[in-house]
Design a protein around this ligand. Structure first.
Ligand SMILES: [Fe+2]
Length: 160
């Protein structure tokens, strides 16, 4: 089995143990959706496709395992590392890339490394494209992502 499928099996196991069925459903939709966006953006940006897709699969694992959102990016670093170490098919450098991106992904106002920026964008894309009539949390970032694909979308901004 390839490494992506190994990670997906672990994520599926975690989601299956989530007793809140709405949370479980959201987990499947969001994690698989973000992972596919990661794949697309990795192709576009010339980054490692496998690592990017795995970052997408694991980025919110803390939230969907424990139904807990506060500080989930930082807390998710350990959770993701546990999964990756258990599988024993990733190098230390690969694990560092993956968990660093996960740790940074909630900080969408600042700029980090390429993998961190990719997961932030993939996250915003999934949330926005799930229902384009919803208001968008990071309209500037969203416009920039879509512009790279030469897509113009009327975006409803969240009014604070
Ligand atoms: Fe997310």
């Amino acid at each position: 089995m390839n490494r992506l499928e190994l990670v997906r099996n672990e994520v599926d196991e975690i989601l299956l143990c989530q007793p809140n069925l709405n949370m479980r459903k959201d987990g499947y939709i969001h994690l698989y959706g973000v992972a596919q966006n990661c794949t697309l953006l990795a192709i576009k940006r010339g980054l490692d496709i496998e690592l990017c897709t795995i970052i997408g699969m694991l980025h919110d694992i803390f939230t969907y395992k424990y139904e807990y959102v506060i500080n989930h990016a930082i807390l998710g670093m350990d959770e993701a590392e546990k999964v990756l170490r258990k599988l024993d098919v990733f190098s230390d450098d690969e694990i560092t890339i993956i968990i660093t991106a996960i740790g940074n992904h909630s900080d969408k106002s600042n700029k980090h490394d390429k993998y961190s920026e990719l997961i932030k964008d993939a996250d915003i894309l999934q949330n926005s494209l799930y229902d384009t009539s919803n208001e968008i949390n990071h309209p500037k970032r969203m416009r920039k992502i879509l512009a790279k694909f030469e897509i113009k979308l009327k975006i409803k901004e969240i009014k604070n």
